[in-house]
Design a protein around this ligand. Structure first.
Ligand code: NI
Length: 130
């Protein structure tokens, strides 16, 4: 068993975010996904993110407002959200006093999907599978 402490993890500033990536634990050879904690400052928002990996995010502290494909959902502490491959997302912290902290795990699709450009089949194959 190993434990990981977000409060003592090495982190880096990425735009307005403070990001602590799990690469620092040297688990790449044994874990089939990447992971990180990130903190959105009071009143701040993440840059628009979009990537081929699926991403499972869990709110650790605060309340997240998550915008994706023109809709916004409120995600209280303890809730989780799954972004599909290539699904754009912006995470906002509307609290003007307290930071928002999220844990995210991300991985490439296990099977090809229409929304994962790197692994998508031809247009004809996609249509045939609907
Ligand atoms: Ni993302």
């Amino acid at each position: 068993m190993r434990t990981f402490d977000s409060t003592s993890a090495d982190s880096a500033t990425v735009g307005p975010l403070e990001v602590a990536r799990w690469e620092q634990y040297g688990l790449q050879a044994t874990m089939p996904f990447g992971a990180m904690w990130y903190t959105v400052p009071a009143g701040g928002s993440s840059p628009r993110d979009c990537h081929p990996e699926l991403e499972l995010s869990i709110v650790i502290e605060g309340t997240a407002f998550v915008e994706s494909n023109a809709s916004t959902v409120e995600l209280p502490r303890g809730s989780a959200i799954l972004f599909d491959s290539a699904e754009p997302h912006v995470i906002s912290n509307r609290d003007q006093r307290a930071p928002l902290t999220i844990f995210s795990a991300y991985w490439l699709p296990l099977e090809p999907t229409a929304s994962s450009p790197a692994q998508a089949g031809t247009r004809e194959e996609e249509l045939a599978s609907v």
